[in-house]
Design a protein around this ligand. Structure first.
Ligand SMILES: [Cu+2]
Length: 580
């Protein structure tokens, strides 16, 4: 009888469920779901490496809480500043189509939120799904003010890979025992390099290899035979990172919220600003070993870096109980040497956009309207009179794009642009090409001074842009992770040495180039990007190594409104936009 009832309900319920799903699907097409969050920025005491620090946190959490939404959703985040510092929050990788006022970089799209004030960020997530992240975008506050943005596919849409048993975000960061604001302020004052961090972290935990950290270790429990999706975010201030799990192969499936052609690797490389989704399958039987999860630095220059390693532990759970690991051998993945540029170039070649009939990729511009060559690198500026400086030979470290060290204005560029008040705030003379051509990857020029100014590059709506970023040998080669706000770009080419405009374009990949928001420009080499300037507003572009940004390796693009009316125009500023 009971069986008969179940069958009866089974027969009745299934068609009803199908009908319900259909109704949901149809209505989902017409209603935008709003995900609301309240971010209270506050001071919170946190202890790591036996050192207690007052950290800026969102809602007391370190790292900060995740934003969770689906593609197509509207996200509304009410940020209240309860600390003494000025604060602004950036939604890293979110396209912000026409909603530039919500992008967040201080003095670029908004003035910062002052103590006791609030600002409500509102944006819609369009044509993006995967992992992105949010972080403070003023001085070095992002050291502790950051968290993941998890974007699921639209309702009833699937992944281009089998649904994983569980999804786990891992946010990499850096912990310094010193106060990070003091570190950068002293460095800018003295002209010296900023002190490096004391530890790398996974979800805020340094892990087994550091003092006092046995209990501050990231542990990932897995069930034999199940597949897991790791949502990796590099929120470190100053380091590209290698990542691997001992004896487990990773399959890369997405980067910067764009699906990629899946490829297998033991180790991945991720620059600050980048996100990468990887799958791995736990062994089918609980093994007689424990497995370390490691994250360690990729660093190519002559600058000092934190050469330590964060370690988490992969733990097997069998029949509902954790396998006792205390007596088991501990397996370690082999990370490449910190300066392994070979690994970097091989790994970056494997990144290709997915692009199949069910999951079509956006296509890179095949023709370009405007071409730019930007050098990215370091410089040395003279010490102000009457002061002693701690850069080489009594200089101050600087960094620049096309020899311009960007000076942060005291009002927001976007406001100045929108209200036609650019006079005295910025000018539109940013050079399209290096002002003093030299052998960029050969002997550096004698004069390594940079020009301090606030210059922007103007682009008409829907311009197709080719931008070549060229590293320089000034002071030292270094891998610069360049991040562009407001757009994804296609990485159509990369190479070592100087970019050659007559021979290199023939080798560009215009078929399945990766589409990203952050590119690691090869140390001593170049990267060629293409993007369509279809988003009116003012868009920051900068190195995501925080010391370089502080030294001026940043600039902004102004993308004008199109002639197509409202749909091609920047929206008016919200009423609660913070004043300066
Ligand atoms: Cu850099």
């Amino acid at each position: 009888m009971i069986l008969a009832m179940q069958t009866f309900y089974g027969r009745l319920v299934l068609p009803l469920l199908a009908l319900w799903f259909t109704v949901q699907f149809v209505s989902a097409k017409h209603t935008v779901i709003t995900r609301r969050y309240k971010f209270n920025v506050q001071m919170t005491n946190v202890t790591r490496l036996c050192t207690t620090k007052a950290l800026l946190t969102v809602n007391g959490q370190y790292p900060g809480p995740p934003i969770v939404a689906r593609e197509g959703d509207r996200v509304v985040v009410n940020v209240t500043n309860n600390v003494q510092n000025n604060v602004s929050i950036h939604w890293h990788g979110i396209r912000q189509l026409r909603s530039g006022w919500a992008d967040g970089p201080a003095y670029v799209t908004q003035c910062p939120i002052q103590t006791g004030q609030s600002y409500v960020y509102k944006f819609i997530i369009k044509r993006q799904r995967g992992t992105l992240w949010w972080h403070a975008h003023i001085s070095w506050l992002r050291a502790s003010l950051h968290g993941p943005i998890i974007i699921y596919p639209k309702k009833n849409a699937s992944y281009p890979f089998p649904r994983p048993h569980q999804e786990v975000p891992i946010v990499f960061g850096e912990w310094g025992n010193a106060d990070t604001e003091t570190v950068i302020n002293q460095a800018l004052q003295s002209g010296a390099q900023a002190n490096v961090s004391d530890a790398y972290t996974m979800n805020g935990l340094p892990g087994l290899m550091y003092n006092c950290s046995a209990n501050d270790t990231f542990r990932l429990k897995v069930i034999p035979g199940k597949t897991y999706l790791l949502r990796l975010v590099n929120a470190a201030l100053n380091s590209d990172l290698f990542f691997g799990i001992a004896n487990h192969t990773l399959t890369v499936v997405e980067a910067d919220a764009v699906y990629v052609k899946p490829f297998q690797t033991n180790i991945i490389l991720i620059t600050p600003g980048q996100t990468t989704n990887v799958l791995f399958t736990a062994m089918s039987q609980p093994p007689n070993a424990t497995f370390l999860i490691l994250a360690g630095p990729f660093a190519t220059g002559t600058a000092a870096f934190d050469n330590s390693t964060s370690a988490g532990v992969l733990e097997y759970v069998a029949n509902g109980t954790p396998v006792n690991t205390s007596s088991l051998p501990m397996m370690k993945p082999t990370l490449p040497a910190p300066n392994d540029t070979c690994f970097r170039s091989q790994f970056s070649q494997k990144m290709r956009s997915l692009g199949n009939p069910n999951f079509p990729a956006a296509s890179a511009p095949q023709k370009v309207d405007k071409q730019f060559l930007f050098t990215v690198g370091l410089g040395l500026n003279p010490c102000p009179q009457g002061q002693t400086c701690q850069g080489p030979n009594n200089t101050k470290f600087a960094a620049s794009i096309n020899n311009i060290s960007f000076i942060q204005p005291t009002t927001a560029l976007l406001q100045a642009y929108y209200f036609n008040q650019s006079n005295g705030v910025y000018n539109t003379t940013f050079p399209d090409n290096p002002p003093f051509p030299f052998n960029y990857t050969g002997t550096p020029p004698n004069n390594t001074r940079t020009l301090n100014d606030t210059r922007v590059e103007l682009l008409p709506f829907n311009t197709t842009v080719q931008l070549v970023l060229q590293d320089t040998s000034i002071v030292t080669f270094e891998s610069h992770p360049l991040h562009l706000h407001g757009f994804n770009f296609f990485i159509v080419g990369q190479g070592m040495g100087n970019y050659n405009a007559s021979t290199d374009p023939a080798n560009f990949n215009l078929v399945d180039p990766p589409e990203r928001n952050t590119v690691g420009v090869p140390s001593g080499g170049w990267a060629a990007l293409r993007f369509l300037a279809d988003n009116p507003g003012v868009w920051f572009m900068h190195c995501h190594l925080e010391p370089h940004t502080s030294w001026g390796l940043k600039m902004a693009w102004v993308v004008l409104n199109g002639n197509g009316g409202r749909s091609q125009s920047l929206l008016p500023p919200p009423k609660d936009l913070p004043p300066c």
